[in-house]
Each structure stands twice: as structure tokens, then as C-alpha cells.
Design a protein around this ligand. Structure first.
Ligand SMILES: Cc1cc2nc3c(=O)[nH]c(=O)nc-3n(C[C@H](O)[C@H](O)[C@H](O)COP(=O)(O)OP(=O)(O)OC[C@H]3O[C@@H](n4cnc5c(N)ncnc54)[C@H](O)[C@@H]3O)c2cc1C
Length: 385
């Protein structure tokens, strides 16, 4: 068994050396360098497409999904080795995808065979880009208060209402969406629908942020017809699917705390010589980051083995996002006034400041820190609510 894994590691290392293009081993310069795929893909560099296609052909964009659904069919131990080998060569993520990190696990657990075969391979190959239609103007932390309605019209649902903060809704091809299918009850009146953003009656309006970017939108549904076959899970039991998916979303966001591929700018700054107080702060941060990485690995192993506590993603999300905020604050401190500049070359055209401002959202997206602390207090510490 151990020998099989050694062979797998050696073969993986050789394949990655031969197939990961050089540009994909350099750190992304900005958010634009991320590969999202979809019907209208945007690539800053041709190697992005090459890397995505090569990884997808092996099923390695989703290494632990079954081969029948476009995955690599790898065991947990093999998946871990692949992750380590990718990290070793500082490879970029071949595909950023809400389909992979959020919808995929929910489809695997709640989807019919037909739904899995229809959607999972397209997610794995990056052909369809998904967005998440959860939040509404009066339903954020109190998500079950949502009002977007789905009326039963026989062979289809008629969807009307509004979502907000829908990340990349204007670029997405399909949406996974929470709707109210029964107005008389709260959690037990919610259903989970999948539909094409090109359906008549769907429109989006981007919202501009303090970082100067506009990654998310208001999304409107005006008499959108959604076929009954696009219901995921049971009618009025969408809340179960929604919560399961949120666990995976929180796990994904906690990963922000692990930092990105490539050289660590904080270690570089400490080596280059910063003042002793900042140096001590960087050292303390590095110790915490290493402890978090070890804990995260243990958590992912437990999750894959079905042994994780259901509230564990809240712990990881809370701590991981706090760490990511600290990382960017220290980077700004190390960068001095250059880092603050918006347009200069020294500031990488504002990348440092934009990155720092973006982290402000980490403790809001996917459920705020206050809500995670409530969950931890109730479900892990058993404190009274
Ligand atoms: C970058 C980003 C991307 C996002 N992407 C998406 C997306 O793609 N799709 C989507 O559906 N949504 C998305 N969201 C929305 C996100 O899920 C919500 O913003 C989040 O759930 C908080 O809801 P709210 O903004 O309505 O805040 P509110 O619920 O109004 O909360 C306001 C404040 O009150 C606090 N609060 C509320 N209730 C309690 C309580 N019971 N106890 C203690 N404190 C409380 C909150 O912690 C917060 O500080 C995104 C948000 C961000 C920032």
C-alpha cells in the first residue's frame, strides 16, 4: 500500500513536471489571473487554458470525484499527495469554481443520477460557471427569511424575486438558487433550484466596491420558468441542501487563511529587513499560520472520512478569515507608503491595496464572523442560546 503511494507520488511528480506550464508556476499578479472557465472564458495568458485542459483531462480539477462524473477517482491519500506535489512546484489552481467548491458536493449528496451526469462533468471541465443565489435584501444572516418565490405551474416553477451580493452573477452561466415554495412555514418552505442565467426574465446589475472592483451583483427574477427536473433534493426540503452546501463554502473560505501559491511576501519582507516590531509580528503570524495549516489538514481528513463535527467549518472559517486579514495588514505595513498607492508600479498597480481591502469582506461572505461564533458557542461549546 505504502509502495503504491510512493509509485503514485513519483508518477504524479513526473507528470506535473512535464505538464504544468512555467507561467502557471508563478504567483497570480491580480484577481484577473484566476481561471474561472464558463461559456465565455477569460484568459490573461494562453497557459491558463492549457493547464486547465490538461488537468481536466485527467480529472484532476476534482481529483476525488468519481471518474464517471469527470473526476480523477483518487483515494483520499492520493488526493493529498497530488495537493502536496502541486504545492511543491507552486502550481496555480487550474480552475476557480463555485461549482467545485460548493454545488458539486451538494449534487453528489442530493442529486439524481441524471442531474449528476448532466452537471458534474461540465463543472469538472470548467465549461459551465455557476453563481450562488442565496442572499436577499432582507435575508442575509437570517437566510431562511428569503422571499423569492417559486410557484408550482405543473411542469415548471415560476420564479419571481430578487437576490443580492450574487458574486459574478453577470459572468455566470447557471445559478444554484434558494426559493420559497411554501409561504406558510419558514425553513420547511424552501426549495433548491438550478437554472440557466440565460433564461428569459433573469437580469443582473453589478455593485461597485471600495476596492474599485465590481465582482458581485443584484440579481432579478421576473417570471422565470424553471423546469421541475431542476429541483435539487426534495420539494420544501431545500434548507437541508443549503446548510450542507454552506459547510463546504465555509471550508473553502477558511482556505483563504492558508495563503496562495508562490513565494510568501511576508517572509521575503522579513528577510529583506523590516523594523524589529514588525518582524516579531510577522514571526507570530507565521507560527499561527503553520498551526492553522496543520489543523486544516486534520479537519479535511476528518471531513473526507465523514468524522468532522458539523460546526467545524464555522471554526475554520472564523479563524482562517481572521488570519487572512492579518496577513494582508502585515503586508501593507511591510510595503509602507508604496503599498498604499493606487496606480504606481511599486504598488503593482494597486494590487496590494485592493487585496487588503478585499479581505475586509472575508468575515462577512459565507456567513459573518458573529454568526460563526454563535454556531460555535451553541453547537461546540454547548452554551445556552
Ligand atoms: C464578498 C462577498 C461575496 C458574497 N457572495 C455572495 C454570493 O455569491 N451569493 C450570495 O447569496 N450571497 C453572497 N454574499 C452575501 C453574504 O452571504 C451576506 O453578506 C452575509 O451572509 C451577511 O448577511 P447581510 O449582509 O445581510 O448582513 P446582516 O445579516 O444584515 O448582518 C449585519 C451585521 O449584524 C450581525 N448579525 C446579524 N444577525 C446576528 C445575530 N443573530 N447575532 C449576532 N450578530 C448578528 C452580522 O454579523 C453583521 O455584522 C457575499 C458577501 C460578500 C461580502
Amino acid at each position: 500500500m505504502a509502495e503504491d503511494l510512493d509509485t503514485f507520488r513519483a508518477e504524479t511528480r513526473t507528470w506535473l513536471e512535464e505538464n504544468c506550464p512555467p507561467e502557471m508556476r508563478t504567483p497570480p499578479k491580480s484577481e484577473k489571473d484566476a481561471t474561472w472557465g464558463g461559456r465565455n472564458p477569460e484568459y490573461q495568458h494562453p497557459d491558463q487554458k492549457l493547464w486547465l485542459d490538461r488537468m481536466a483531462a485527467r480529472g484532476w480539477t476534482v481529483p476525488d470525484w468519481p471518474k464517471a462524473y469527470g473526476g480523477g477517482g483518487l483515494s483520499p491519500a492520493e488526493t493529498k499527495i497530488l495537493r502536496e506535489e502541486l504545492k511543491r512546484i507552486k502550481a496555480r489552481n487550474p480552475l476557480n469554481s463555485f461549482g467545485i467548491s460548493m454545488l458539486g458536493p451538494a449534487l453528489l449528496k442530493y442529486g439524481t443520477e441524471e442531474q449528476k451526469l448532466e452537471h458534474l462533468p461540465k463543472i469538472a471541465r470548467g465549461e459551465i460557471r455557476w453563481c450562488q443565489g442565496y442572499s436577499e435584501p432582507n435575508a442575509g444572516s437570517d437566510l431562511a427569511g428569503l422571499q423569492t418565490s417559486a410557484e408550482d405551474k405543473g411542469d415548471h416553477f415560476l420564479v419571481n424575486g430578487q437576490k443580492v451580493w450574487t458574486s459574478y452573477a453577470d459572468k455566470a452561466d447557471w445559478i444554484f438558487c434558494l426559493v420559497r415554495s411554501d409561504k406558510t412555514v419558514k425553513q420547511a418552505g424552501i426549495s433548491f433550484l438550478l437554472f440557466d442565467m440565460a433564461s428569459p426574465g433573469v437580469s443582473t446589475k453589478p455593485i461597485l466596491l471600495i476596492s474599485g472592483n465590481s465582482p458581485f451583483c443584484e440579481t432579478f427574477f421576473d417570471n422565470v420558468e424553471v423546469p421541475k427536473g431542476n429541483l435539487l433534493g426534495t420539494l420544501n426540503r431545500g434548507w437541508d441542501v443549503a446548510k450542507y452546501l454552506l459547510g463546504h463554502e465555509r471550508e473553502m473560505i477558511s482556505g483563504f487563511g492558508l495563503g496562495g501559491a508562490g513565494k510568501d511576501p511576508l517572509v521575503e519582507a522579513a528577510r529583506a529587513g523590516v523594523d524589529p516590531i514588525l518582524r516579531a509580528q510577522i514571526a507570530l503570524f507565521q507560527v499561527r499560520a503553520k498551526a492553522f495549516a496543520a489543523m486544516s489538514e486534520k479537519f479535511i481528513d476528518e471531513l473526507k472520512a465523514g468524522q468532522a463535527h458539523p460546526a467545524q467549518p464555522s471554526m475554520m472559517k472564523y479563524y482562517g478569515t481572521e488570519l487572512n486579514k492579518t496577513r494582508h495588514e502585515l503586508q501593507m505595513a511591510a510595503g509602507g507608503s508604496d503599498a498604499l498607492e493606487w496606480d504606481s508600479e511599486a504598488s503593482h498597480e494597486g494590487a496590494a491595496a485592493r487585496g487588503w481591502l478585499r479581505t475586509k469582506a472575508n468575515s462577512i461572505e459565507g456567513g459573518t464572523s458573529e454568526i460563526q461564533l454563535n454556531i460555535i458557542a451553541k453547537r461546540i461549546l454547548d452554551l445556552p442560546s
